[in-house]
Design a protein around this ligand. Structure first.
Ligand SMILES: [Zn+2]
Length: 409
């Protein structure tokens, strides 16, 4: 159905919209079959690749530009893990709502983030495809692009009445195993530049502000972030107890003369630690549950703003369980729900293995999770994002606004 030259042209066309579409199309196979009425995507377990299925008549009826749109539409369903979301509709009406919500999410993204021009698409798609205005009317005020919001808003719309065209079949999405999806997105991620990965992650975040994430792995390379003195203040008491006061004062309060006239907000890295100085051990827990996915960059910058030469830092990310991270590699995983008590469990486990309970436990989160009972609640410091909650924070623990620890303090 597709000759070599057409295949290459499609690849090139996809690349123009985003490298991720190119990668997924290349890692998959087009399949022409009467099995589907229009288009669908699924995973071919026997051959271990994504199968982009097209009904030959449907394919023939489309112009080149709309073919790119349909391929990208299928690819986005895959990246957004729409299979797992559509798996349990309550009834037929709910299934229809889920299908519409998925398509609105995908089509809106393709136009707003990936440069597809709706007016250039096949008329049927442009006019009857699921977009915010075709579903909610022209004077809708549906501001968000993410699936959960769109799905919830559908509660007030009689979609039976709308003359909509969900142009593809979503049932094959359920057959894409989540672990394979992870592998596929990781593989695609490895073939893209850092910027491309960042771009696609941002676009996907916009479509998944809820509890789930598509690209299961993100790589956040360490950056040179200005050291923030506030970290030292937090753990000041501990340092004070462990060092003679004079030395401590000298070490923490030194400000070069040339900076004294500069109005606050500037800090300089301290000299190397004095000999025999026991560095406080602090453990960072960075929330990488679905709802915090969008903060990954901010969280990691925050971790980098701690004076690493003065603290012995253990780094973890977590969702419903903690995952130890290599400080240099920064491969983040998680992206499921959120639980705080496994963090305490991890610390206790380590204590049993002989390491001391850390002097500082720093949790970077939006606070949404569940209760936790730390053995040393006073050592727990919570750094909350805007709109975060302190509902689960022990009254003896401390809390801060994350924003105060961003950039040099
Ligand atoms: Zn669709």
């Amino acid at each position: 159905m597709i000759g070599d030259s057409e295949y290459l042209e499609l690849l090139q066309g996809l690349e123009e919209h985003h490298a991720i579409f190119y990668q997924l199309w290349e890692m998959g196979r087009p399949v022409f079959t009467e099995e589907v009425e229009t288009a669908a995507v699924t995973f071919d377990l026997n051959n271990q690749h994504l199968a982009f299925k097209f009904n030959p008549d449907f394919w023939e009826s489309l112009d080149d530009y709309s073919r790119l749109f349909v391929i990208s539409h299928e690819a986005l369903h895959v990246l957004l893990n729409h299979g797992s979301r559509s798996a349990s509709p309550r009834n037929d009406a709910d299934r229809r709502d889920l299908n519409i919500a998925m398509d609105v999410t995908v089509n809106t993204q393709l136009v707003s983030a990936f440069g597809f021009r709706r007016e250039c698409l096949d008329e049927r798609i442009a006019q009857l495809g699921c977009f915010k205005d075709t579903v909610f009317g022209h004077d809708h005020d549906v501001r968000f692009n993410h699936f959960e919001h769109i799905y919830r808003q559908l509660g007030g719309v009689d979609t039976e009445e709308c003359e909509l065209w969900c142009f593809d079949d979503h049932t094959g999405l359920d057959d894409i195993p989540e672990e394979l999806l992870e592998e596929v997105s990781e593989r695609a991620g490895r073939r893209m530049s850092d910027e491309e990965v960042e771009e696609i992650n941002e676009a996907l975040d916009d479509s998944t502000a809820g509890d789930f994430t598509p690209m299961a792995t993100r790589v956040m390379k360490p950056r040179n972030v200005e050291v923030n003195t506030k970290w030292a203040q937090i753990i000041e008491d501990w340092v004070r107890r462990n060092k003679p006061v004079d030395e401590f004062k000298e070490r923490w309060d030194r400000t070069p003369r040339r900076l004294q006239s500069v109005q606050g907000g500037l800090s300089v890295p301290w000299e190397k630690p004095v000999e025999d100085f026991d560095m406080p051990r602090v453990t960072f827990f960075v929330d990488t549950s679905g709802s915090c996915r969008k903060y990954a960059r901010r969280f990691m910058d925050c971790v980098d703003s701690i004076p690493h030469h003065l603290f012995d830092v253990d780094l973890y990310c977590f969702d419903t369980q903690p995952y130890r991270i290599d400080l240099d590699e920064r491969k983040l995983t998680g992206f499921g729900g959120t639980s705080f008590h496994p963090l305490e469990y991890e610390l206790k486990k380590q204590a049993r293995q002989g390491s001391e309970y850390p002097q500082g436990v720093f949790i970077l989160t939006d606070g949404w999770g569940n209760p936790v009972e730390p053995a040393y609640p006073e050592r727990w410091h919570w750094f909350l994002t805007e709109n975060g909650t302190d509902k689960y924070i022990h009254r003896d623990s401390k809390q801060y606004r994350l924003a105060e620890f961003e950039g040099g303090g």
